[in-house]
Write a protein that binds this ligand. Structure first.
Ligand SMILES: [Fe+2]
Ligand SMILES: [Fe+2]
Length: 340
């Protein structure tokens, strides 16, 4: 064991942390574990731990420190401007190691409280989507399938954890957070609709919901991250993402045709006002309709640079009052029931 003390804000995904022995001093179930997601680091910082031990034999070592930058500008009060919020680390160059032991153990641990289990599942799903959206190779898509398969299995067999997974969501505007939220909501909805039916491959469906926005990786990131409304030209570029995502999965030969349909149709609308094909009513596959409900709901309940998030109740009311023609009404009603 080779322990080294570092500042909490210097932690990186891949490091092996050794927390204080009292579990009450930190927000994790285990005292020693490998960091698999940016959100775990955020939780360490939020818990007020300023310094943490890491074991450099079992995980990544800190990178050598760059020279200190020259002193920055100061404001009128003589204080330095606050640091911009840290963006989650892009981990696309790491080898796919997406099904972590923590995830496997948590999913199989029958004694683990549902709230803790859902937190571990969500953290791992976020790391998986972050890696995949950074580098959507066939190899990474294959690795993501493994994680999603585990998560789908959990949702199908564990109602208590599913409740936490669908009701406690993160609300930032990163594509990977959104993908995880839509993935979880979509699978939970499919579970309700297809209970007792053998006609649906829930694992393939789950992959479709999680990867519905995969095509955004091929869109100019200045458009994806634009802090404001898009111009009509930018909107036309953005609207290509369902077709681009479909093509990516087609080339990677990673999904069934029905599930690629989720990616292609999640912006179609029941009244024919959607894209890319302006399909209407029964022309839209049921899987595409489920995804569009989860997609719109998550967009409304997440913060955007140009507007604040809505609470779930207000979002559902808005969907009913102003958008109900976009959805198949009975599906919308089942979606509301699921969340109530
Ligand atoms: Fe989309
Ligand atoms: Fe989406």
């Amino acid at each position: 064991m080779s322990l080294k003390k570092i500042r909490a804000d210097e932690l990186q995904v891949g490091m092996y942390v050794v927390m204080p022995t009292s579990w009450q001093a930190h927000p994790f179930l285990k005292n020693k574990f490998r960091l698999t997601s940016r959100s775990q680091i955020d939780r360490i910082i939020e818990a007020g731990l300023e310094e943490v031990l890491i074991d450099t034999d079992r995980g990544a070592a800190p990178a050598s420190k760059p020279p200190d930058p020259p002193p920055g500008p100061q404001n009128a009060a003589g204080e330095k401007p606050a640091k911009p919020p840290r963006k989650p680390k892009e981990s696309g160059d790491e080898k796919p190691d997406l099904v972590t032991d923590t995830l496997r153990e948590a999913i199989r641990d029958r004694k683990l409280p549902a709230e803790d289990k859902s937190r571990i599942v969500r953290d791992n799903a976020m790391t998986m989507m972050n890696g995949l959206l950074s580098k959507p190779t066939a190899k990474n898509i294959r690795a993501a399938r493994e994680v999603i398969t585990e998560i789908v299995e959990l949702i199908l067999t564990d109602d208590a954890t599913t409740t936490y997974l669908t009701k406690i969501t993160r609300h930032d505007f990163y594509t990977y957070t959104h993908s995880v939220n839509v993935g979880l909501l979509g699978i939970a909805m499919a579970k309700i609709l297809f209970r007792g039916s053998n006609g649906h491959n829930m694992h393939e469906l789950g992959i479709g919901f999680f990867l519905h926005d995969l095509g955004k990786v091929q869109i100019d990131q200045t458009i994806i991250n634009k802090p404001g409304h898009l111009t009509s030209k930018e909107m036309a570029v953005m609207r290509r993402h369902p077709v681009l995502g479909y093509q990516l999965l087609y080339e990677a030969q990673q999904m069934t045709e029905e599930c690629k349909t989720i990616v292609l149709q999640h912006h179609e609308r029941y009244d024919g006002t959607g894209y890319p094909k302006e399909l209407r009513g029964e022309e839209i596959h049921l899987y595409g309709k489920i995804c569009s409900l989860a997609d719109v709901f998550d967009a409304l309940t997440s913060d955007r640079p140009y507007r604040s998030k809505m609470d779930p109740f207000s979002a559902l009311i808005l969907m009913k009052k102003e958008m109900i023609h976009h959805f198949q009404r009975d599906l919308y009603e089942k979606f509301v029931l699921m969340l109530s």
